[in-house]
Design a protein around this ligand. Structure first.
Ligand SMILES: C[S@@+](CC[C@H](N)C(=O)[O-])C[C@H]1O[C@@H](n2cnc3c(N)ncnc32)[C@H](O)[C@@H]1O
Length: 269
């Protein structure tokens, strides 16, 4: 099928960065994630500015992040074959195609309407993958969430683009609606927010970071959450690479500020 021009705005546009980096990884000699769906999906999209190509040096970190979240999602579904996955801010990520989903499980892909529509056109998703065209901050879509199933809320590359009240609304609603489950997401500390916004502006991207993670404040606000993992993405990238990239990530890991620039969090409730 011919590529189609896409109209993506603000943080929606950043889904092309992660898709592009997954395609690069899959086409490389030693893939970390090896997403076979990224190349065909990228080929379906005709996109003008190409600014996202400047983020090539993030290939290992972004793919190591996705792989870790795949592993956590697979572990959740293995433990809870009747479980439900809320794939928040899913963009054009092929996670429900990459993972084996038990027959009794549920999977909801959630993204804003313009992205959800594009996702339906780009992927031939099976009928049992439900697409929710809504902002995660919109209260109405939570009616579709089955509160009795163990629930994994998985947000990759999302929460930094939300305002603090939006992040709190999502976690509040998750904990109010779902009896038990897992919350998994990547986040950046507060100091990264202005630094990343300068980079995004320099590349003429309209997306802006709005929320920085503070672990103590987060846990104080949500005593129901039990911390299970807190992993530096650069440590994952170091473990997944060899040669000069491995040396670079090992060096980065020696500098706490750089090592902590993006971390993956897993909480249970
Ligand atoms: C960096 S992309 C990540 C996409 C995907 N998770 C991935 O890893 O490839 C950020 C995604 O968050 C989505 N997003 C941003 N704000 C959102 C909101 N309020 N509700 C739902 N999705 C949102 C964007 O549309 C975009 O798809």
């Amino acid at each position: 099928m011919a590529p189609e021009p896409v109209d993506l705005r603000g943080s929606e546009e950043t889904l092309l960065i992660t898709l592009f980096l997954r395609e690069r990884d899959a086409a490389s000699a030693h893939p970390i994630l090896g997403d076979p769906f990224a190349g065909p999906a990228l080929a379906r999209v005709e996109y003008g500015s190409g600014a996202w190509q400047w983020f090539s040096s993030d290939t290992a970190t972004i793919n190591a992040r996705a792989k870790c979240l795949d592993t956590w999602a697979a572990a959740f579904l293995a433990e809870h074959p009747d479980g439900q996955v809320l794939h928040l801010g899913c963009g054009l990520d092929s996670r429900p195609l990459r993972l084996e989903r038990p027959a009794g499980s549920r999977w909801l892909d959630v993204d804003v309407p313009r992205v959800a529509d594009l996702r339906r056109r780009v992927y031939d998703l099976p009928d049992d993958v439900e697409t929710v065209a809504a902002s995660v901050g919109d209260p109405d879509w939570w009616d579709r969430v089955d509160g009795d199933r163990p629930t994994l809320a998985l947000a990759e590359g999302l929460v930094m683009y939300l305002t603090p009240p939006e992040v709190h609304d999502v976690v509040d609603r998750l904990l109010a609606r779902c009896a038990s489950g897992v919350l998994a997401f990547d986040a950046v500390p507060g100091w990264i927010v202005p630094a990343s916004n300068a980079t995004l502006a320099a590349f003429r991207l309209d997306a802006r970071f709005r929320w920085g993670y503070d672990g103590s404040a987060f846990r104080a606000r949500y005593p129901q959450l039990r911390e299970r993992d807190d992993v530096a993405v650069t440590e994952l990238a170091a473990a997944a690479t060899t040669g000069p990239w491995h040396a670079l990530y090992r060096a980065v890991d020696l500098v706490p500020h750089l090592r902590d620039a993006m971390r993956l969090h897993r909480y249970t409730f």
